[in-house]
Design a protein. Structure first.
Length: 348
């Protein structure tokens, strides 16, 4: 359907200033909806021609014509880019509201919002949560500098080094530090794509290489974990899920969403897990090891008591592992369990 677009210039004769002049306004109408915006011009009411929408002053009329061209050009740009134009969107664009952000933290929020909109489509919830913390850490860094925000055009490579030093002071591991630095660089690439800056000022920076140490557990370590009896429920849950992961290869995200309905049986009576990966949505099939079967059996045995504690929303969700704590708390509990077993490697 073709949209209707009209522009009308007018004055409000009820609002006359002390010098006898009044503002020249522009009414924009799109599909029956209208909004008013000031042109920045003014004239005396006696000089205004309502029929023509012009004044008796040629220079003022020229500027009104230029403003009209700007409105029409902006309308066409939005229409070509988005396929649809509303009076609110056009007004905001003309007034410079909700346009391309030009400061670091505002760009960070905008990039974060674009990721959030992709959750469940091309991005996982876990990815968004990680980037949420990246944004939080960057905000804290800017505040630590005694600033509320930083203009993109003023950013140089020095800011990258300052942020690196700030992260080091927090005692972060090299790999973790690089992840937050990558977020900062990502924002610069966004600024480049929006033509705020010509190039990424961090393009030639060197990232510290994290020494990759291959971590693995001995069979004896896994045996110690299986033999350990834990009274604390959250710590026991962490221990149980870690052992289950050892014998199935499932990630924490997949275990959190694993339900009894995902456990199926072959014609010869062998049980297996059939489910989609939370992140990629690719289906996988994992035969169940006897120890994994025992863990599922134990979880099912505890289900009646767990269901009593469930909220109305959670009722009917037969999850095998009911995670009552956050991943950070679970990671902390798992580390404690590992130390209790005398395992040198940090469990994660």
């Amino acid at each position: 359907m073709r949209s209707t677009f009209k522009i009308l210039f007018y004055i409000n004769r009820q609002k006359i200033k002390a010098d006898g002049k009044t503002a020249i306004l522009c009414r924009i109408t799109i599909d029956g909806k209208s909004t008013a915006i000031t042109t920045g011009e003014q004239c005396k009411s006696s000089e205004w021609n309502s029929r023509k929408g012009l004044t008796t002053d040629k220079k003022t009329n020229q500027r009104i014509g230029e403003f009209k061209e700007l409105v029409e050009k902006t309308y066409q740009e939005i229409l070509i880019k988005d396929g649809v134009v509303s009076v609110e969107l056009l007004k905001n664009r003309l007034q410079g509201v909700a346009t391309i952000p030009t400061t670091l933290l505002v760009i960070s929020k905008a990039e974060l919002q674009s990721v959030k909109e992709c959750v469940g489509k091309s991005r996982a919830e876990g990815t968004y949560q990680n980037l949420l913390y990246s944004d939080k850490l960057l905000t804290e860094f800017v505040k630590d500098k005694g600033m509320t925000d930083i203009a993109i055009t003023t950013i140089t490579e020095d800011l990258f080094e300052e942020y690196r030093f700030y992260l080091k002071k927090r005692g972060l591991a090299t790999a973790t530090m690089n992840r937050y630095l990558c977020w900062l660089s990502r924002l610069m690439y966004r600024a480049v794509s929006q033509r705020l800056i010509r190039c990424n000022p961090f393009e030639n920076v060197k990232y510290e290489k994290a020494e990759q140490k291959i971590r693995f557990l001995q069979k004896s370590d896994v045996a110690k974990l299986m033999a350990l009896r834990v009274i604390d429920k959250e710590a026991e849950q962490a221990r149980r899920m870690f052992i289950f992961a050892c014998f199935t290869g499932l990630s924490i995200a997949d275990m959190e969403h694993l339900q009894f309905g995902h456990i199926q049986m072959t014609a010869d009576g062998q049980r297996y897990i059939r489910k989609e990966r939370q992140k990629t949505k690719v289906e996988f099939v994992v035969p169940l090891h006897p120890i994994a079967k025992a863990i599922i059996k134990q979880c099912k045995k505890e289900q009646p008591s767990m269901k009593e504690k469930q909220t109305v929303k959670e009722k009917g969700d037969d999850f095998i592992f009911h995670c009552a704590c956050s991943r950070s708390v679970m990671s902390k509990n798992l580390s404690i369990v590992g130390k209790a077993c005398g395992i040198r490697e940090r469990l994660s």
